[in-house]
Design a protein around this ligand. Structure first.
Ligand code: HPA
Length: 273
């Protein structure tokens, strides 16, 4: 079956179950428990029940689409993400985003954990992404282009919606939350970067670095899906002298603290968009 037909089959399956089109899709990164708690859940559909959704590899990692209401708006949340470094293909990593578009979603909100590579960014800070630098060696649009999904050569201007960036900054200000603007360097991982690599990323104009998000945003722009990315800085990587060894527990703790702030901003944005 073609990729396009798989997307259609998955979309019909989900619409048959939930019975209405979600307006917003939220991709939940680490530490967004508070956001998930705010959803008045109508349906929770595990990946294994969804046709063409790849099975999750990591034990104990939840994989489900959660449909429900946030402030009266019907949304879908992707709880559990497919990362390229786990061995998924770019088509698999970005399959949920393709489906969101055909479900009728108007806005894609992505939350993700990053390293901070600007001297003013501290662990626990949050950012809204204004642009990216793609350093993946593979592209989700590689291969024959299906015009039903989008154009052969999509432009990347405003891949990060200026309207949603302004909204994020406005709601953060109203909530007394400090929200930096950032440029996201996307790398495949799974290792973190060397000191020389963090230095290089700073020199080329990136201010945060992460292992997800960029493939999803490329695909969202391909389909003209308006998108916004909020990041949680889990580790400070610049200047190089500030880099410390961190334990996984510390990373989780920081991600949770930043996740609270991201949840607040995301919920307010959904209310006002
Ligand atoms: N590098 C890449 N991805 C990350 C990092 C990092 O330092 N921290 C969290 N995600």
């Amino acid at each position: 079956m073609s990729y396009f037909n798989q997307i259609q089959e998955t979309t019909s399956y989900l619409l048959n179950i939930v019975g209405r089109k979600p307006e917003v899709a939220v991709v939940l990164g680490s530490g967004l428990g508070r956001f998930a708690d705010k959803i008045e859940i109508t349906h929770r559909i595990p990946y294994e029940d969804i046709p063409h959704f790849p099975p999750t590899t990591v034990k104990g990692h939840e994989g489900a689409l959660v449909f429900g209401l946030i402030n009266g708006r019907f949304i879908v949340a992707q709880a559990g993400r497919y990362h390229y470094y786990e061995g998924y293909s770019m088509n698999e990593v970005t399959f949920p985003v393709r489906v969101f578009k055909f479900l009728g979603v108007q806005v894609l909100l992505i939350a993700s954990a990053v390293g901070g590579i600007h001297e003013n960014f501290e662990a626990g800070d949050i950012t809204v992404v204004t642009d990216h630098i793609n350093l993946h060696h593979e592209n989700p649009l590689n291969g024959p282009n299906d015009e039903r999904l989008g154009p052969r050569f999509p432009d990347m201007k405003d891949a990060y919606s200026p309207r949603l960036i302004d909204l994020a900054l406005e709601v953060a200000k109203n909530c007394n939350i400090n929200l930096h603007k950032s440029v996201y360097a996307g790398l495949p991982g799974p290792n973190l970067e060397t000191k020389a690599e963090y230095n290089f990323l700073n020199i080329i104009g990136a201010t945060v670095v992460g292992m997800s998000t960029v493939p999803e945003i490329i695909v969202a722009k391909h389909m003209a899906l308006e998108s916004c990315v909020l990041t949680a800085i889990t580790n400070k990587c610049f200047p190089i002298s500030a880099i410390k060894e961190v334990t996984h527990d510390e990373v989780i703790e920081v991600a949770q603290k930043a996740g609270e702030k991201i949840s607040t901003v995301a919920i307010e944005m959904i209310d006002k968009m």
